[in-house]
Design a protein around this ligand. Structure first.
Ligand SMILES: C[S@@+](CC[C@H](N)C(=O)[O-])C[C@H]1O[C@@H](n2cnc3c(N)ncnc32)[C@H](O)[C@@H]1O
Length: 257
């Protein structure tokens, strides 16, 4: 006979995107199906898979391959946000874990702006998108930053596991532990570090001067503010342990201590 328990109480005031209603059967944690309706999850994954496949398929035919790389990186990123949460943090997985539409209009707007900038410059100033000379090295650095950023982001989510949540926790949960090991011993906010460099890498790949400046400024401001708020709560949860941890680690996003 299976041992079934359903923790219904929502434990944080703004948990609309973090399920926090895990189902435990035989001591194994399962995602809350009411927050992960199978038709939504399968359709979203199917569409992301199609986009990924089409742009991998178009790689040999398109002249300016940076667009392919951009779309492939985007679809992979959004798939991994859900997949890694579902695998390592099933108690918090939610259809919004794809970070697609719940991520705000600004996020979708920023990527649309970047793609439009790239296409306009390609149309009116094609030589600015030719991957020759210095531009070859810029694209190369962009590819490395994107892959590195994605790797760090994914590994951070796996390492923090149940302590990770897409929304900043304002109340401490029983299973929230202070993570100071693995990547977190080298970076204080590795998933933000990964995201920051991933997004900048993508603008370098597109050879987008305008979006590079906009993404850098907007993301820097966003993470600078978010880290301040997040750390205020982390100090209230873990006290001196967090203060000491903070003293010995860096964020590695320029000018954020
Ligand atoms: C989106 S996750 C980001 C985690 C971390 N800032 C990072 O960039 O890897 C936000 C949640 O992680 C939690 N968190 C951040 N750093 C943590 C740590 N070192 N140990 C445990 N929880 C942490 C916060 O309480 C917050 O609810």
């Amino acid at each position: 006979m299976s041992n079934f328990s359903y923790k219904q109480a929502r434990t944080n005031e703004d948990s609309s995107s973090d399920s926090d209603s895990p189902i435990i059967i035989d001591n194994k944690l399962y995602a809350d199906i009411t927050q992960n309706e199978p038709h939504t999850i399968s359709l979203t994954s199917f569409i992301l898979g199609i986009i990924l496949g089409v742009f991998i398929g178009l790689f040999p035919t398109l002249r300016f391959k940076s667009i392919n790389f951009y779309i492939i990186a985007l679809s992979l990123f959004h798939f991994l946000e859900y997949y890694i949460t579902a695998k390592y943090n099933p108690g918090k997985v939610h259809s919004d874990s794809f970070l697609l539409f719940g991520n705000g209009k600004e996020y979708l707007g920023a990527h649309t702006f970047a793609l439009l900038e790239c296409l306009m410059e390609y149309a009116f100033w094609p030589q600015s998108k030719r991957t020759e000379g210095i531009r070859y090295y810029i694209v190369f650095i962009g590819v490395i930053l994107t892959i590195f950023g994605q790797y760090i982001r994914t590994l951070a989510m796996k390492t923090a596991a149940q302590s990770f949540s897409h929304i900043i926790k304002r109340k401490k949960e029983n299973n929230h532990v202070l993570v100071t090991y693995g990547l977190y011993s080298m970076f204080r906010h590795p998933s933000y570090f990964g995201f920051f460099w991933w997004a900048i890498g993508l603008q370098l790949v597109l050879l987008n001067p305008l979006s590079l400046i906009v993404f850098t400024l907007v993301l820097w401001k966003f993470f600078n503010q978010r880290i301040k708020v997040e750390e205020k709560y982390l100090i209230s949860f873990f006290g001196n342990d967090y203060i000491n941890y903070k003293k010995h680690t860096n964020v590695w996003i320029p000018f954020i201590n």
